[in-house]
Design a protein around this ligand. Structure first.
Ligand code: NOJ
Length: 533
């Protein structure tokens, strides 16, 4: 079986506000991404996913869209997008966009119409309800950003539902008009040549038709954030969502079938693995890749990680493409969670597990969470619930490119501060240091290209004890062994019989020990890839 591009490529997530500014306004833009395509091709990723670039009031930084088929002027124009796409394709890079179907901006003409009167033909494109008997919200559902998920509209005397900010009203996906309009959005971008979409909060799309109260969360503790007071039993993950996901897939597949090359759909879904697996589809295929976020939260210990990897492998449906994620624009950075030494080990893990890895921009530099002064906070999540460390600004700071002013990101004041150590932690400097984490990422991505076993080979757990995780990746005659040390002690490890005489292909440490015939020494915080011969 030949593998498809999205099974063998690494995906690189770009937060466009923070990648490269060319407009001198302190905000990144499409021309900036285009300027950095050679960097991305040189890094060795196969695809980029760009967070929303559409027209938006930017209350949730682009996840509040007022025109799904245009580019926000802050990021550029449709022509800039076409240029970027053409230039990316010329370099062999695929381009994925972010599709945000669950909610629009309250400034979207559809919602403006919907608010005009109860009789307006767009009224039911959003979710409107009469008040409860006491005049309060129709049910107890809580917005993911805190507070009731219902907003009262004085003019028409009903509440509307918003799973996120009140400026992000949820679309009513039970309405055929909404379905048609949103499928047309997919076609609009597919027709331009995009290679796929990451679909925002896919599991939120459908809500229980009768809107019952959500039950309390027995594990809620103060400090977790308001949304966690309830289990989102009735407001998310409803069976009908799978019909919609299958329709989206059919559209994507129709483009692949027309010879434009396979288009890929990736679902953003935060659910336990057993629920997640349903999003691959049943009789009808759904997502190519339901995002697998487990590495972000799993305790950083060999046994826990091994359990997650083997559990996930076992749960995958036949032919389901595995994928792995270490971070994104909503979650703490891997270097902040695991420390610099383990960020290198994490890179080896991410890029040697079976399936499609997604890298978050800046993680290849070991970028950590950047402290944001209260006066500089931008993220509505933090502004609405201050002090709970829910803010996402720390992981959305500008990409440091070099040691010139503002790290080469902008000639103006950057919209968020740079990392304190940008004069040394930047692309230019780290490219000059052979042992930098950036060069480790490059070597790992090159290794993945040279050894198909690393992307599509099978996975065999060999050992998971204390601080040590060892597994094999095998494809045809290729047999690789990956060993990771999550701790500070060194370990002498025996090789299995079939791996006697292995050769070291890559190590995260400068002074990697030579492999003896039957054993090797794994240093503190070291991860290695060996070829068994
Ligand atoms: C998920 C996105 O990743 C996040 O950044 C956004 O705030 C919410 N969806 C709402 O669109």
């Amino acid at each position: 079986m030949t593998s498809l591009w999205w099974q063998t490529s690494a995906i690189y997530q770009i937060y466009p506000r923070s990648f490269q500014d060319t407009g001198d306004d302190g905000i990144g833009d499409l021309k900036g991404i285009e300027r950095r395509l050679d960097y991305l091709a040189g890094l060795g990723v196969g695809a980029i996913w760009i967070c929303p670039i559409y027209s938006s009031p930017m209350v949730d930084f682009g996840y509040d869209i007022s025109d799904y088929c245009d580019v926000d002027p802050r990021f550029g124009t449709l022509a800039d997008f076409d240029d970027l796409l053409g230039q990316a394709h010329r370099r062999g890079l695929k381009v994925l966009l972010d599709f945000v179907p669950n909610h629009s901006s309250d400034q979207h003409p559809w919602f403006v119409e919907s608010c005009a009167s109860r009789e307006n033909q767009k009224r039911d494109w959003y979710i409107w309800h009469d008040p409860a008997a006491d005049g309060g919200p129709p049910n107890n559902w809580i917005s993911d950003f805190g507070g009731s998920a219902w907003e009262w509209d004085e003019v028409t005397g009903q509440y509307y539902y918003h799973a996120f900010l009140k400026q992000q009203p949820d679309l009513n996906w039970r309405h055929p008009g909404v379905q048609t309009a949103m499928y047309d959005v997919l076609r609009f971008w597919f027709d331009r040549g995009v290679d796929g979409f990451r679909i925002d909060v896919l599991w939120h799309l459908l809500k229980a038709a009768d809107f019952p109260d959500n039950p309390p969360n027995p594990n809620y503790r103060p400090g977790m954030g308001d949304m966690h007071r309830l289990l989102q039993l009735h407001s998310t993950d409803q069976p009908e969502v799978h019909l919609i996901a299958a329709e989206m897939r059919e559209i994507a597949d129709s483009y692949g079938a027309r010879g434009h090359g396979e288009r890929v759909l990736i679902g953003e879904i935060y659910l336990p693995v057993d629920r997640l697996m349903h999003y691959y589809g049943g009789e009808r295929p759904e997502m190519h890749l339901p995002f697998n976020f487990q590495l972000i939260d799993t305790p950083w210990r060999a046994r826990s990680l091994a359990a997650v990897i083997t559990g996930y492998e076992a749960a995958l449906p036949p032919g389901g493409g595995p994928n792995w994620v270490l971070g994104n624009h909503d979650r703490p950075r891997v270097a902040a969670k695991r420390g610099q030494a383990q960020a290198r080990v994490a890179a080896v893990l991410l890029l040697t597990l079976r399936g499609t890895p997604t890298l978050y921009y800046g993680d290849e530099l070991g970028l950590s969470d950047v402290a944001i002064e209260p006066s500089q906070v931008q993220d509505p999540h933090e502004l609405r619930q201050p002090g709970l460390a829910l803010g996402r600004d720390p992981v959305r700071t500008p990409m440091p490119w070099d040691d010139s002013d503002n790290a080469g990101f902008t000639r103006a004041k950057p919209w968020l501060p740079l990392n304190d150590d940008w004069r040394t932690r930047n692309v230019m400097r780290m490219t000059e240091e052979p042992r930098s984490i950036l060069m480790l990422y490059r070597r790992l991505l090159a290794l993945r290209r040279d050894w198909p076993a690393l992307s599509i080979g099978d996975f065999l757990l060999l050992k998971a004890e204390d601080e040590i995780l060892i597994y094999a990746r095998r494809h045809g005659s290729e047999r690789l062994i990956v060993a990771l040390n999550f701790g500070k002690r060194q370990h002498r490890l025996e090789l299995p019989d079939w791996a006697h005489g292995s050769r070291l292909l890559l190590s995260t440490t400068e002074d990697a020990a030579p492999v003896e015939t039957v054993a090797f020494l794994l240093r503190s915080n070291e991860a290695v890839v060996l070829e068994a011969r």
